[in-house]
Ligand binder design. Sequence first.
Ligand code: 8YV
Length: 312
Amino acid sequence: MKPRVLQKGAYQPALEKALAEQFDVHQLWKETDQAAYLSAHGSEFVALATSARWGADAALIEALPNLKVISSFGVGYDTIDVNAAAKRGVLVGNTPDVLNDCVADIAFGLLIDVARGISASERFVRRGDWQSGAFALQTRVSGKRLGILGLGRIGRAIAKRASGFDMDVRYHNRRRLEDVGFTYEASLADLARWADFLVVASAGGPETRHLVSAEVLSALGPQGFLINIARGSVINEAALVDALVNKKIAGAGLDVFANEPQVPEALLTLDNVVLLPHIASGTHETRQAMADLTLANLRSFFAEGRLLTPVS
Ligand code: 8YV
């Protein structure tokens, strides 16, 4: 008998197909009354297939009394109650590493875009404004100072790209890392004060909530740019809107927001902000690799009782 897997939301077609071939899958999001379905059938499921976006809260984990494993599509697991899972002995797997390059590429894309005004100048051309004069001068990227908040797998991929732009890199983390040559800044505000560009690449969740505060933004200053490819929760979004509207920082490149898909209204009309709809991992190649790993974690659990990439 195939293991019974509860699928929380709609995946890309190839992953849906592979899951359905290899497991006895039920697609929870198709239920009109999910709570009623779970109370009648929750005990049937040994596995939950979810994503960084859909997560798995304590109530869902509790509604699945025979759950043994959660496989999540995505590297971030701030939406999964890993403590509730651990208490029940439920293993949790995510999809690290396979998305590092694409996320780092978008971090640099945002950085260059906001500094050089790529999107803003493109709008300028489309509006026909070029007929009336040249686009305003912007800010150089090469040779500048890059501060990275969170030098994990993605942060390191960003630092690697920075060397191609002759940038000086420093970082702030929970603790100094022994295996990197970059300068560690023990204070995030000091890193922001030093940096021309501050890139947020840390995990989300309660430990990093609002780390980028009004104070950090004011340390970044009117010449500094903020890039976020991590989670909206890491930044105090109200303080960021204030900093952008009142030119307390030079600009921001944002792929993530506090309440996605809501984007603060005040940002929509600003030319010093580049707004992306959480696309950093969104390439055919990377999403396929994430799908493969989501599936491989489930297969590994049922074949060998262990996950290839358990959350750390
Ligand atoms: C995904 C992400 O787009 O992996 C993550 O943590 O945020 C993104 O890569 C998305 O969250 C998958 O659901």
